[in-house]
Design a protein around this ligand. Structure first.
Ligand SMILES: C[S@@+](CC[C@H](N)C(=O)[O-])C[C@H]1O[C@@H](n2cnc3c(N)ncnc32)[C@H](O)[C@@H]1O
Length: 303
């Protein structure tokens, strides 16, 4: 049943997502309850071979999409109190939604080089190196204080072959350096923060969504210029609105020749009905965290 008096902004979001009445009610309840956060950990290059974390984990064997090296603690476990985390950096703690967003990397061949364009505090980089260790990885973050945290995290977790930089995406595009894989975990309106119980005033409103969509298009237009022929670009956000997700990708596909979106069989049950190309959205009602969006793009080398 629909919660009492949904706000105009809540109803607007549900209608933009074309949710059924029951899914709308589930999303609004999750946004109001703020209890959808779900923690995960990913093993780092510092973890000894065959390492198993020192806390009880959920059986995830049937999920089919969890990236390698990721463990999901059982309720009540506190992974960050252990020495293996604090002292040794054997694992990195992050939101399960981030792991879901990175699942599409299963369809990317091992890259020789990769650039995480919006990298701080480092979660997507950790997930990427847990799957592939590129010969050369760049973790880029425009915000100087966040870049400091990123550097500390990468060092603590022993991520090798990594250069930390602080260029804007348009500056990167001017360097003419090309990478096999680009990660764009874009700054966004962060609507999923509500489902984690974090205040985020205005995040459901048109002005915040439109401002972010404009910035995301600019970031992606620069990012595609950094991808080597035949390379991949993973676009992810932690927000629900189609204007920051499907419509941003549709804009790029229309405007930049030679790109297509890649099917991710493991994410089929999350496939967006709002795009003519493969794109995936997870909502809090799925039970894997506060939600997010993921779309993997591939460049056709003939272009
Ligand atoms: C969603 S967060 C990245 C989270 C990170 N990928 C992780 O998994 O830990 C987005 C990042 O983009 C950065 N950012 C903000 N504006 C940007 C812009 N115009 N271009 C590139 N990055 C930007 C923010 O400072 C922030 O660190």
């Amino acid at each position: 049943m629909m919660p009492d008096s949904p706000s105009h902004a809540e109803l607007r979001l549900c209608s933009r997502l074309q949710l059924s009445e029951s899914s709308s009610a589930a999303l609004i309840r999750a946004l109001r309850a703020g209890e959808s956060s779900r923690q995960a950990v990913v093993l780092t290059p510092r973890a000894p071979q065959d390492y198993v974390p020192p806390f009880a984990c959920v059986d995830t064997s049937e999920w089919g999409w969890l990236p390698p090296g990721v463990f999901v603690p059982q309720d009540g476990e506190k992974p960050t109190v252990h020495e293996d985390y604090r002292e040794h950096g054997y694992y990195y703690s992050l939101d399960l939604s981030s792991c879901w967003e990175s699942a599409a990397l299963a369809e990317v061949p091992p890259p020789a080089s990769s650039l995480d364009l919006c990298a701080a505090p480092g979660g997507k980089t950790m997930l990427m190196v847990a799957r592939h260790l590129p010969l050369q990885h760049v973790a880029n973050e425009v915000n100087a204080s966040r870049r400091g945290i990123l550097r500390q995290n990468l060092e603590h977790c022993g991520v090798p072959n990594t250069e930390v930089t602080g260029l804007r995406p348009d500056q990167w595009a001017e360097t003419n350096r090309l990478f096999d894989l680009l990660l764009v975990d874009a700054p966004c309106s962060g609507q999923s923060l509500l489902a984690k119980g974090i205040r985020n005033p205005g995040c459901l409103g048109a002005s915040m969504v439109n401002g972010n969509a404009k910035r995301q298009k600019g970031i992606l237009l620069a990012a595609v210029r950094c991808v080597a022929p035949g390379g991949h670009l993973l676009y992810t956000t932690c927000t629900y609105d189609p204007d920051e997700n499907e419509k941003v990708v549709a804009y790029i596909l229309k405007r930049v020749p030679g790109w297509s979106a890649v099917e991710i069989p493991a994410l089929e049950s999350f496939r967006s009905i709002l795009a003519a190309f493969p794109a995936y959205r997870m909502l809090p009602e799925h039970g894997f965290g506060a939600g997010g969006f993921s779309c993997l793009l591939r460049h056709n080398p003939q272009h």
